[in-house]
Design a protein around this ligand. Structure first.
Ligand code: NDP
Length: 385
């Protein structure tokens, strides 16, 4: 494998910091070209001094001077702002862009990177949820690969290696069920963000942790899978697997099922997205069957956790519906994290917003931008009512 130039968008987050850990083990395989943060200038500076990328971007322009002053004698170029975040992806030395920022903000830099012919290691699922049709079409037109980082989608991808010519009959995305697995609506009325932020198996950023508790994360993943693997909604099923050992399953047309397994550790899917088709030796802890004598599976409770239904509904509605659902969810989760709405309000307002956002059947990029803005405005209105 030739040395790969890597850009990590969102290096200060949960995926971003783990990606840096992966990359630093293989200095002969990777050149770190770009790292970026939104507000966390202190960590970005620390990372830059330690990992020596060629460029850093701080999205918050007010902190440009601070980052620039700290790095002036380190031979690292410093940029600021959302446009710079997209532009650095075009740099010639970058081969693969790891999109590890959170939410809709990932769409523009991902499209810019694809248009510049860069392969994508995609953690930022919201990009495919919002504009999957445009993103996958543009990637296919330019021969750009999108390698999944999400553990479930990486699992499906790993099961498909050597099988790309064999049609998929169905996939099963596994879900841990989150901290409220087995809970009913009456128990969820008063839950606090501290409870929702306690994921049983994964340490992740705040937004995805709340999404996991509300099953919105699994809904977003269903839509992500549709675009990544070109599936119809009826080919995608969700199964709750509380131990998070089976990361997902593919069923082929002969009835055979392949699953990918391992201890829950995001470093593995991050690494595979950067090294595919190779597998590099790691010292990650190995799975021991005797530690898990019972792997269990159960149906998700779609009645209590309506967000999962909303994702399937968005796929049926098509057009900009998933974009509206995603925008609503970014607003409701932020609002829940500020104690402004209850946990059950998240799905309620998400649904109302998705249904009331002006429908666009075949959206352009500009339509998605407008729908995102409209849905955010509506969701805020519903929160204030
Ligand atoms: P975090 O919140 O931990 O990190 C997000 C990163 O993106 C930070 O570097 C943050 O900067 C930056 N960022 C956030 N908003 C913006 C913005 N508007 N503009 C520019 N940069 C921004 O998130 P995670 O790492 O948990 O998740 C990242 C993505 O990966 C999400 O889409 C998530 O769904 C997906 N994912 C995450 C998994 C996980 O285990 N964490 C598993 C599978 C998928 P700053 O630090 O300055 O705020």
């Amino acid at each position: 494998m030739q040395k790969k130039g890597i850009a990590i968008l969102g290096s200060t987050g949960s995926i971003g910091t783990q990606a840096l850990e992966v990359i630093e083990v293989y200095p002969e395989k990777f050149n770190l070209e770009v790292i970026t943060a939104n507000y966390n200038a202190d960590l970005l500076i620390k990372q830059a001094i330690k990992h020596k990328p060629n460029m850093v971007v701080i999205a918050d322009e007010a902190q440009y001077q601070k980052v620039n002053d700290a790095l002036w004698d380190h031979d690292i170029k410093v940029f600021a702002g959302a446009d710079a975040l997209a532009q650095v992806c075009e740099t010639q030395e970058v081969d693969t862009v790891l999109t590890a920022l959170v939410g809709y903000a990932g769409l523009k830099p991902t499209l810019t990177a694809i248009r510049a012919g860069k392969n994508i290691a995609l953690a930022n699922k919201e990009t495919l949820v919002v504009a999957g049709e445009i993103v996958t079409k543009e990637a296919a037109e330019r021969g750009v690969n999108i390698y999944p980082v999400d553990s479930e989608h990486s699992a499906i991808f790993q099961c498909l290696v050597g099988e790309f010519h064999n049609p998929i009959e169905k996939i099963y995305l596994t879900a841990s069920g989150g901290p409220f697995r087995g809970w009913k609506r009456e128990q969820l009325i008063d839950v606090k963000k501290e409870q929702a932020l306690k994921h049983p198996n994964w340490e992740m950023g705040a937004k995805i942790t709340i999404d996991s508790a509300s099953l919105m994360n699994k809904g977003l993943e269903v839509i992500e899978a549709k675009w990544l693997f070109n599936l119809r909604p009826d080919q995608i099923d969700v199964i709750v697997h509380p131990q998070s050992i089976v990361h997902s399953i593919v069923q082929f047309e002969d009835g055979s099922m392949k699953a990918q397994m391992g201890l829950p550790d995001m470093k593995l899917p991050i690494q595979f997205a950067l090294t595919y088709p190779d597998r590099f030796k790691t010292d990650f802890p190995r799975f021991n069957f005797m530690d898990y004598p019972n792997l269990t599976f159960e149906q998700p409770d779609r009645e209590t956790f309506n967000n999962l239904n909303l994702a399937f509904q968005a796929m049926e509605m098509g057009g900009n519906a998933a974009c509206a659902l995603n925008a609503a969810n970014e607003i409701t989760v932020a609002s829940f994290l500020k104690d402004e709405i209850s946990f059950l309000d998240i799905a309620r307002i998400n649904e109302k917003t998705m249904l009331e956002t002006t429908a666009v059947k075949v959206p352009t990029y500009e339509d998605y931008v407008a729908s995102d803005a409209e849905a955010r405005r509506l969701a805020l209105e519903f929160i204030q009512k």
